[in-house]
Design a protein around this ligand. Sequence first.
Ligand SMILES: C[S@@+](CC[C@H](N)C(=O)[O-])C[C@H]1O[C@@H](n2cnc3c(N)ncnc32)[C@H](O)[C@@H]1O
Length: 341
Amino acid sequence: MLTTCESGNPPPVTVPVSSALFLPLPSISVFSDPRTSPMEDDRLNSPSTSVVTLEVLGHRLQLSQDPNSKHLGTTVWDASMVFVKFLEKNCRKGRFCPSKLKGKRAIELGAGCGLAGLGMALLGSNVISTDQTEVLPLLMRNVERNTSRMMQANPDSGLAASFGSIEVAELDWGNEDHIKAVDPPFDYIIGTDIVYAEHLLEPLLQTILALSGPRTVILLGYEIRSTMVHERMMDMWKQNFVVKTIPKAKMDSKYRHPSIQLFTMEVKDQSRYRNPGPTANQIPESSRGSDKDGQSCEAEDARDATASENIMDLEPGKIDDWEIRRLGSMAARLLREVKIT
Ligand SMILES: C[S@@+](CC[C@H](N)C(=O)[O-])C[C@H]1O[C@@H](n2cnc3c(N)ncnc32)[C@H](O)[C@@H]1O
């Protein structure tokens, strides 16, 4: 049985899977049993659960979140919105169009509520969305509900054919058993807002290296909150990958912000793989993205990133959800700096 309502909405409607899903459902499974995790179902249905909605690639995604939990993964973070809106803007041609992503294996690290992985699956990739065990129940719920809702809302649109698949798995960075269980290497490794603490940089890097092969493309998006962590991360990554900053001009005109950056990375030292297949230079340009696509605008973006929060040009009575989110983020940052004596 699947329930198809969020708390705060009308009472849940229980829909038998067999009669509701008249289209082939994309594959959804979970590698670890979320019922054994500390986040119980009660918590999922508590009044503190709210719903974030976002239109992505013509579908209205609804993500349950629980910002009051003690875990960062139960909130939808802004970088994930910037990430999916970037995919949406750049999927008509080039390296992110469905013909390039169809059937490609992608893994999302630190998926949280799962928005970025859903975006990749909508473009045809077969995604494994991963996180720590505490986050899996909410992640699983978001994946299940959004896929079944979209399939029911679009019975004739060809969505069943264009959608890839999405699975949920436990993956704690650095855990060799978890890494082995997802069967690397992947064509794409994605992650949003997973770089925020210095002690996580090394396990994250080692996990990305263990999941990648010679042709893997890594796509990361995150909000710079600490210059120190950002610089340390860039040093570590540049030793292992060719890192390109995605120019702000390539992002959605609304879902972008000076402190949120997106990066593509490709493995530098391909000799680390025993059977590397074609080298970076032999990989067709079409599947690696053109220079123009990956063009680094580091000077421009460095200026952006170090700039203070941009002053928004707000029209009274016309503040939208994104502006409210960014104002909230600015307020939280200011409050952190207030010292109560
Ligand atoms: C700031 S949240 C971002 C969540 C989501 N990607 C988003 O953008 O909304 C950071 C995520 O990284 C995950 N994370 C942190 N440390 C981790 C670790 N050692 N192994 C796996 N995931 C981890 C958290 O569980 C959380 O989901």
